[in-house]
Design a protein around this ligand. Sequence first.
Ligand code: PLP
Length: 353
Amino acid sequence: MSTFWTDTVTRLTPYVPGEQRSGENIIKLNTNENPYPPTPAVMQAVSALSGDQLRRYPDPESVELRKALAAYHGLDVNQVFVGNGSDEILALAFLAYFTNNKALQFPDISYSFYPVYCDLYGIEARTIALEADYTLELDRFEANAGGIVFPNPNAPTAIDVTLSAIRALLERHTQQVMLVDEAYADFGAHSAIELIGEFPNLLVSHTFSKGRSLAGLRLGVAFGHPQLIEGLQRVKNSFNSYPVDAFAQVAGIASVQDEAYYRSTVDTIIQTRNQTVTELQQRGFEVLPSTANFVFARVPQTAGAQSATALFNTLSDAGVLVRHWQKPRLDQWLRISIGTPDDMRSLMHCLDA
Ligand SMILES: Cc1ncc(COP(=O)(O)O)c(C=O)c1O
């Protein structure tokens, strides 16, 4: 605490990212990173950048990258916005649409950055409780009362909502923005991008961090009506005109253009996930239905079994990193990212031991 801090900074409770421990024998299943490298085309594109390209500022509007993304999703370039990770997309979107003196609604168990941005911007947060089975019932959102944001699939539960439920909510909720955070939609959930032509208040965010193996690059995308996109551009250009650097722009294009590589790594992760669910269930874990690159698993409740906290610590001491929260309804659960089949075998060996 410093006397030089403003009141806002003094009262913040910043987001705490998962541990980035590295080392030879670390099995890192705690930050939902992709266990496979990006397509070799990304490495080629990055190495091919010239000193001259780095000497200059990058294209502030990332036009070529946005064109590649627009072509991939069958959209116009003015329906696409890119930022420095989808966290930055969220940060800009909250400022652009939700600082309007109305409470922002999001699930009570959800991405823990949402309340942090609310705090930062002084947005009132209104949480919507998940059901007893951890599903999100979109009918519980109050239409037009304020903005709405939720991840699909949700984090850390990994459970998705259907496109028809999203459409039904959008048909009622027309006066405020609804942001669907699809950070994990590469792994099976139905994307709401196909609805943006119909609903001018729908913004969908994506990331290159998960399905495209580029968490280290920091690249996120927003899709929406051109006027929503213009709102993001106005905030971006009032904060940092060049958030997406030259590396990210060429790497992003190379990634989007290698569909075969993307599909094959995503499909492998989905297969490994399904195998992991079976193996955890065989060991007495309850596992929520996942359409993400992670699973949310309740540690066995049998007599003599370790608590989730103890198991988290045991695994961490053995170099297997997973995520655990000491919070109501979450404290008996572990969030486990899907790694390679070898990573998951190491996890199972550790659990058996
Ligand atoms: C639900 C959700 N949204 C957004 C993000 C941000 O991802 P990034 O900033 O890497 O694009 C994450 C990161 O884990 C996430 O879990």
